[in-house]
Design a protein around this ligand. Structure first.
Ligand SMILES: Nc1ncnc2c1ncn2[C@@H]1O[C@H](COP(=O)(O)OP(=O)(O)OP(=O)(O)O)[C@@H](O)[C@H]1O
Ligand SMILES: [Zn+2]
Length: 673
């Protein structure tokens, strides 16, 4: 029996031999990724590009079995490739330690693959890969797990729903005033410590600009004007403390930390108490007094009224109370919290003085976790809210859903199964590599969910056809290569319109020298920016580079009144080869150019398996920290979701000649109180 006896028997010799030629891109080499890489190497996939931006963390080792303790801090993709390559001597694995959103991974690059397999953990990267696969017309198998749940979704442009066809559940958000002045639950204090006090725009360890847009928004949303005014003053006063923390004199940092404590847990609370109206219906907060706590007269369990036993510890000076494995699970005394607050503040201030410009919260960074744990618990004491252990705070602040190795393994197996269905039906009889689908979906292709039903743990459903309103997969994609430093927006728009309408409107020669001032009746977007519309043509004669539209980005042309008949065109920007001759056109479209005849609806696909109830389950998502923009709302997990199926609205503001859409999803949303 040889190494490939089983694979050959299961796949058949034709599919098996072709797998050796298939070029697969795997994005993510974490929990699902390690399982998946092992599977595809053993199945016989021949050319694997494995991309991951991260390095190995100690906490990965329990389930990411391609890594060992000696590999900690090494790039995941390199180590995973090194470990898995010997599983099959015929495999070639190219590891890339990079972000999939980097500009070199443009549409041209995606087109070099026959299939893409996602093993990611965040919406932003998933949506990016989805869009690139739609633009490059490469089949994608999308996946995710969250605890015992998981799903696999095969995605084929024009045939199935894409990742963005269904809106994703919006993460929970809290009103600003609840977070900033009237918390009533531990999570409010944790969000405050993590999202406001620690980094939020300007506070203790963040960038320090004076962005008050969150408060402006809260005011617009009808939150209490007087409270907002107090919060503004509070933020101003915090700037002074912030400066003190940035001192270069190490011996002053203890003082600065104390100032921070007094300001946040005493003065600010006193200020709030001076507004009696606020406390008519609520329990008043109690300011914390440094001397009382240090002198052993800190508030005790009974005063805290939360039923927890607040013990005094000897204080480790490192925030984490010394002891054995249960150190993180211990309930902290007020003195412990104070010590942890002081020591973590000093440690973070040290880091600032050693060159870190800003520090952002990371659940695996002990300094930041200690700070958030101490600050959240001290605030809970002020507001008479039950405390949480460091362990609980790590879970809540890091939005950790425990990863279950078995779920990852099941999902990784199902990804391979769906990938094989896709590849089997797209194999041409002669050429080496598979082509894209031409007629219909493979009959066995399924989206699969793991569900909590012992009798039917796996729920397969036939992939749904695309949502006709989808702003991602219903666009028509054009792959354009140009020199972004030379070519103007007008050159591009004219060249595209010429191709679309099939006629030459003017003497545009594509050399970047067009001097036409003719009006163009289209709106051009780059992401959320409006670059031009029929009433705004200032940018048309600027180069793409000047407009920040480089390789890997998309220009979107919208036929606003719908009369031109081509809907929305997404132009993927790529680079001309370095040897591209100067005398031939500097804008090159990759063939085939899509057909611009009025779009025929996507082929109808009848669900062949019963759909339970009327609804298909929404894709699950591990919720994970995303960088939020300055204007973002506070959310429990920092994820802010635009709704992809909504066409862009025309509420905009202008900055430096470029118009930004006011994205409604970035408003502060009041969900509950
Ligand atoms: N934009 C991106 N480009 C490349 N790789 C990414 C990108 N976003 C996420 N990843 C990778 O996807 C993988 C997801 O794996 P997983 O969900 O197991 O996360 P993890 O970070 O290893 O674990 P945990 O979040 O539980 O600590 C991670 O290795 C992560 O680095
Ligand atoms: Zn879609």
């Amino acid at each position: 029996m040889t190494r490939d006896t089983h694979a050959l028997a299961i796949l058949g010799s034709e599919l098996y031999s072709r797998l050796a030629e298939v070029r697969v891109l795997m994005v993510g080499s974490g929990g699902i990724g390690c399982e998946l890489l092992k599977n595809i190497v053993l199945t016989g996939f021949g050319h694997i590009t494995l991309l991951d931006l991260d390095t190995i963390d100690l906490s990965n080792l329990n389930r990411q079995f391609l890594f060992r303790k000696k590999d900690v801090k090494q790039p995941k993709s390199f180590v995973a490739a090194r470990t898995a390559a010997p599983f099959n001597p015929r495999v070639q694995i190219e590891p890339l330690h990079a972000n999939i959103k980097d500009p070199q991974f443009d549409v041209a690059w995606f087109k070099t693959f026959d299939i893409v397999l996602n093993a990611l953990d965040n919406l932003d990267a998933r949506r990016h890969v989805n869009k690139m696969c739609m633009a490059a017309n490469v089949p994608l198998v999308e996946s995710g797990t969250a605890g015992y749940f998981g799903q696999v979704q095969p995605i084929v442009k024009d045939y199935t729903e894409c990742f963005d066809c269904l809106p994703k559940p919006t993460p929970k958000t809290f009103p600003v005033c609840t977070i900033r002045s009237t918390p009533s639950q531990p999570i409010h204090c944790i969000v405050w410590a993590k999202s406001y006090l620690f980094p939020y725009d300007s506070q203790l360890f963040g960038e320090g600009d004076d962005d008050q847009s969150e408060l402006d928004e809260a005011l617009k949303q009808g939150e209490n004007a007087k409270e907002i005014q107090t919060l503004r003053q509070e933020a101003q006063a915090l700037k002074v403390v912030r400066e003190a923390l940035r001192t270069n004199q190490a011996d002053c940092r203890q003082d600065a930390a104390r100032k921070a404590f007094d300001k946040v847990f005493n003065q600010d609370v006193q200020n709030l108490l001076s507004m009696p109206d606020m406390w008519r219906e609520r329990t008043k907060p109690t300011p914390l007094n440094w001397q009382d706590i240090v002198g052993g007269q800190g508030r005790t369990d009974s005063e805290n009224g939360n039923g927890h036993v607040l013990q005094h510890s000897n204080g480790s000076g490192h925030g984490v109370i010394n002891g054995n494995g249960i150190k993180d699970r211990k309930t902290l005394s007020v003195k412990d919290m104070l010590d942890m607050f002081m020591s973590s503040t000093v440690r973070l201030a040290d880091r600032l003085s050693h060159g870190e410009e800003t520090i952002s919260f990371d659940k695996d960074d002990n300094d930041t976790l200690d700070f958030v744990c101490a600050a959240a618990n001290l605030r809970s004491v002020v507001y008479n809210i039950p405390n949480k252990t460091r362990w609980e705070i790590k879970e809540m602040a890091g939005n950790i859903i425990p990863a279950i190795a078995t779920t990852n393994a099941i999902i990784a197996g199902l990804i391979v199964l769906q990938a094989l269905h896709l590849l089997r039906d797209t194999l041409p009889s002669t050429s080496k590599a598979p082509t894209s689908l031409t007629s219909s979906l493979p009959p066995l292709l399924r989206s699969i969910h793991i569900q909590h039903k012992p009798t039917i743990p796996l729920q397969p459903t036939r992939p749904e056809p695309p949502n006709s309103q989808c702003g991602v997969c219903r666009d028509t994609y054009i792959d354009m290569r140009c020199n972004v430093g030379k070519v103007t927006l007008r050159n591009v728009v004219e060249a595209v319109l010429e191709r679309v309408s099939g006629k030459k409107d003017n003497e545009e020669d594509g050399d970047g020298e067009s001097d036409s001032n003719e009006e163009l009746y289209v709106t051009v977007y780059e992401d959320k920016r409006i670059l031009a519309d029929p009433d705004f043509d200032d940018n048309l004669n600027r180069t793409l580079e000047d407009l920040g539209c480089g390789r890997g980005k998309f220009l979107t042309l919208v036929d606003e009144d719908g009369t031109a008949g081509w809907g929305t065109i997404a132009i993927a920007i790529g680079e001309l080869p370095s040897d591209h001759p100067a005398h031939i056109p500097q804008i090159v479209f990759q063939e085939p150019i899509p057909n611009f005849a009025k779009e025929s609806p996507a082929p109808q696909i009848q669900p062949s398996t019963p759909v339970v109830g009327n609804k298909r389950p929404l894709p699950d998502d591990d919720i994970e920290e995303q960088p939020t923009s300055k204007r973002s709302k506070i959310t429990t997990n920092g994820v802010v979701l635009p709704t992809p199926t909504q066409s862009p609205s025309k509420n905009y503001k202008e900055v430096n000649g470029v118009i930004f859409l006011e994205d409604e999803s970035e408003d502060i949303v009041v969900l509950d109180d």
